[in-house]
Design a protein around this ligand. Sequence first.
Ligand code: ATP
Ligand code: MG
Length: 280
Amino acid sequence: MTRIYTFTNQKGGVGKTTTVVNIAAAMADWGRRVLLVDIDPQSNATTCLGVDPRTLPSSIYDVLMGEQSVTEVIRGTRWPGLDILPSAPALAGATVELNRIADPRERAEHLKRVLASIDDYDYLLIDSPPSLGVLTVNALSAAHAVIVPVQCEYLALEGLAQLMRTISLVQRGLNPALTVRGVVLTMYDSRTTLSRQVAEEIRKHFPRQVFEAIIPRSVRLSEAPSFGEPGIFYAPRSSGALAYRMLTWELLRGDGYTPDWAPPAGEATVQLTTEATENF
Ligand code: ATP
Ligand code: MG
């Protein structure tokens, strides 16, 4: 069975793209077949996998508009098992086109229909834009579950509460089977009280939904996109890479697949706990 996860948060710059790219990379590295679906006109996930969105002959835009078949547009990457359905700036135009469709279900299920024809992957991971517009609604309609990256900063909880309300609206209308697969705490800075407080507060409100693994603030993760590489390959020994490995390990195990992996030597005592990840 192919699992479809949408990475979403209407707040910008919280680590959606960094998270989906690194999870996709770690999954592929552990033998899962993964298609990263970029439905953000910013095309950051596409760039992070070394594909230049400006020079692509076709993109997810052409697929959504019915002008190309999805298999024509999917591209391989440098990394075995990791493919991309790329975005391009033209995708911004799709918002206008889709909003012209009067029927809400018809409007919201374009991506779902496209992805229904794909069955060669273990995972379809969708990176969505920082808005609750028609592209994000398409990404929520198409998914089995959402993964929500949350930056450990002031007002994170308010944004999260708003997102949960949106998700329940989608559950009531378009996609009753949609679940929350988990909340990922990102850009955690163990030196600040604020980061610690926000992480604690989010765990308190969503006790069963927050992943144990926490992603620290890591310069190496922020450098990786300019090299067109996921952080876990660009700087495999960095704290950020290790944290994304642990997160992916936790996710895959929860899905019933245990990768043959242990934290690298010297990190062997690291447990999937808040306290331990602070020391990265
Ligand atoms: P958008 O809403 O614009 O799509 P996003 O939610 O996808 O943004 P990212 O693009 O992943 O967020 O991250 C925003 C910025 O923060 C990027 O410059 C990224 O490199 C950086 N960043 C993400 N995660 C980390 C981290 N753990 N440590 C340091 N920098 C990070
Ligand atoms: Mg993004």
